[in-house]
Design a protein. Structure first.
Length: 251
């Protein structure tokens, strides 16, 4: 229909890997969620099935498809690496950088004087970059972990209850486990909300301290992290020929 193919009905799997919805009483199971793809890419889909082990508090089961595409290889462009200039706040590192830079400029003075201004600039730039590489090093991006170990422990406990539910055959025990899972899920969400509030409050305090001390770079970094990426979701209106309607054409 409309040139589309239902992916999760064309592969041979066990019934437990086919149904996508389970009723609250765990007795009724149906396949009501589907992944559809254009016929052109039908041979790119190599598998589609559900994964019951996904730890989500939902009556729907995670449905996933594996797609294999042959794309043209692109040349990876090396991004510009930044020096760890924050280390210059440490007196020992600052003095070591100044000494290294002074030695390199002294060695530069003994070299033949170049009349080419581009050559002089290259030598000066090499002095700074080599001194910074040896004493400062490059900045390492460290992902901030805002979920503490207590919350991860609750998540692990919830996952264990989920595994017991999948293996349970008794209806009475199933109801008890389902109640335990719901209670544990509420604990996880309360703990995660508490951790998120604490992270926001800590970031606000660090931003206030950076603004008070005039550390504009740190203030910008915190603001950018907290605000996230802005995406413009606006779209244009087109007619049935695909032309953009930019003015009133009714008059």
């Amino acid at each position: 229909m409309n040139g589309l193919v239902v992916c999760n009905t064309i592969f041979a799997h066990k019934d437990i890997h086919k149904y996508t919805w389970v009723s609250p009483d765990k007795r009724t199971k149906n396949q009501i969620d589907y992944i559809m793809i254009n016929k052109r890419w039908r041979r790119s889909v190599i598998d589609a099935r559900t994964y019951r082990g996904a730890d989500i508090n939902s009556d729907h089961i995670l449905l996933r498809a594996k797609i294999q595409l042959k794309l043209k290889a692109t040349r990876k462009v090396q991004g510009r690496r930044k020096f760890a200039v924050n280390k210059l706040k440490q007196l020992e590192v600052k003095e070591a950088f100044k000494l290294e830079l002074r030695n390199r400029f002294s060695a530069l003075e003994t070299m033949n004087d170049e009349n080419n201004i581009d050559g002089k600039w290259d030598n000066i730039k090499d002095c700074f970059t080599s001194a910074a590489t040896d004493t400062l090093g490059y900045r390492k991006s460290v992902k901030e972990e805002w979920i503490p170990s207590d919350t991860w422990t609750l998540i692990s406990e919830r996952k264990k209850i989920r595994s017991k539910i999948l293996d349970c055959k008794d209806n009475t025990e199933m109801e008890s486990l389902s109640k335990s899972y719901r209670d544990k899920d509420r604990e996880v969400k309360r703990s995660a909300r508490r951790d998120k509030r604490k992270r926001i409050e800590d970031s606000a305090c660090r931003a206030e301290e950076a603004a008070r001390t005039g550390n504009i770079q740190e203030l910008y970094k915190i603001t950018k992290t907290m605000s996230g990426k802005f995406t413009n979701n606006s779209s244009v209106v087109k007619d049935h020929h695909g032309n953009i309607l930019s003015k009133d054409t009714t008059s």
